[in-house]
Design a protein around this ligand. Structure first.
Ligand SMILES: Cc1ncc(COP(=O)(O)O)c(C=O)c1O
Length: 368
């Protein structure tokens, strides 16, 4: 069996689960590693703790490998919002963001501006369909813009931003801050276009909460000031006494305290699984499922608000029938898990979604 086939097999039978954009049920490997780590940390024996503590570095290294970044540019965070806050609170000038962003971007930017004593202003854009296209950003661009904050894949519509085109538009000097929650591990992209990439492991990585992480490029590490650096984020390698060291030059500057080791164990396991299976293969399999989901929606006359081209979407399909409640009820009755919110029903398949789940989805659409 290939590593990819093993990965797909690890999902077992999906039983109608199409809610990966909300929460990814924990994988067998992550579960096993968690149980192991709990046993290790239950022992009154430092030698038993050490291999668990070492998983934090392993998680960081694996995330860095997937991002194509140096390990020193990546740090673990409590959540993706923590990673974004580390960046947004250190901005000055004008930052462009969409009003339709997940609040981890929009609300955090607003709060950062309120805390900045006038140094930072958001420039809100409301692009058509909530799609943050390069053209929509271009229209809002002016000399005072210092940063653009955007979700790589929009949590509502599934629209995938073209990071290379955005970078080309804004040039090398502005910061590109990217929320990668709905794409990391399932979209094979060159992340180097972004200065900050924040994500987490509790959806597509199947690793549970507490598994945030973020990458800060050299430009981000130089420009983001002040940093919300805490006791783990200084130039000192251990605990410092009777001094107040400066923030670290590495991404460690964007950490507050030591990582949650049990969360790091889960993230290390979840990230290793996708690294071994191959992000490109995962992306292709998800794209096939999404093709089928869109085809079923078309067949049953249900409008789709998500882009249809593979390169403009990832795992999310937004269905916008007149009767959202009716569709949501039909899915629930059929045993299909999805998210109904704001006049849309969001379905999200993963690489391990089985044919029976897609079939169940089709039956629910027929019943609706
Ligand atoms: C695009 C996006 N960003 C951020 C988050 C929140 O992430 P966290 O809980 O890690 O802060 C979500 C959660 O659904 C999301 O969809």
């Amino acid at each position: 069996m290939s590593a990819f086939d093993e990965y797909v097999a690890s999902f077992g039978s999906g039983g109608g689960y199409l809610n990966w954009a909300a929460f990814g049920p924990i994988s067998p490997a992550v579960r096993a590693e968690s149980l192991w780590a709990l046993e290790q940390l239950s022992q009154a024996e430092p030698a038993a703790h050490a291999p668990v503590f070492a998983r934090a570095a392993q998680a960081t290294d694996t995330i860095a490998e997937i991002l194509g970044a140096a390990s020193g540019e990546v740090v673990l965070q409590g959540s993706s919002t923590h990673g974004l806050a580390q960046a947004l609170y250190g901005l000055s000038g004008t930052a462009i963001a969409s009003t339709a962003e997940f609040p981890s971007v929009s609300l955090t930017l607003e709060r950062a501006a309120q805390a900045s004593n006038g140094a930072l202003s958001p420039r809100w854009i409301t692009p058509a369909g909530g799609f943050v296209t390069t053209d929509a950003v271009a229209e809002a661009l002016s000399d005072d813009v210092t940063a653009v904050a955007v979700s790589h894949v929009d949590f509502r519509t599934g629209f995938r931003v073209d990071l290379d085109a955005l970078r080309e538009l804004i040039g090398p000097d502005r910061l590109l801050i990217v929320d990668a929650v709905q794409s990391f591990g399932v979209v094979d992209v060159d992340w180097s276009a972004a200065d900050v990439v924040a994500g987490h492991g509790y959806k597509w990585l199947r690793a549970g909460r507490g598994t945030g992480f973020a990458r800060y490029s050299e430009q981000a590490r130089t420009r983001i000031r002040p940093v919300l650096s805490g006791i783990a984020g200084t130039t000192s390698n251990g605990l410092f006494l009777d001094e107040l060291p400066s923030p670290a030059a590495s991404a460690r500057a964007f950490t507050v305290s030591q990582p949650d080791h049990l969360a790091a164990v889960r993230l290390a396991a979840g990230a290793s699984e996708i690294r071994d299976a191959g992000v490109a293969a995962i992306e292709t399999r998800i794209a096939e499922h999404v093709d089928r989901i869109i085809a079923l929606a078309d067949e049953h006359g249900i409008p789709v608000a998500s882009p249809r081209e593979r390169e403009r979407r990832a795992g999310i399909v937004s269905l916008v029938p007149d009767d959202t409640d009716g569709l949501s009820a039909a899915l629930t009755d059929a045993g299909v898990a999805a998210t109904a919110r704001g006049g849309a029903v969001r379905v999200a398949a993963h690489a391990g979604t089985d044919a029976a789940t897609i079939e169940l989805f089709g039956e629910a659409l027929a019943a609706f």
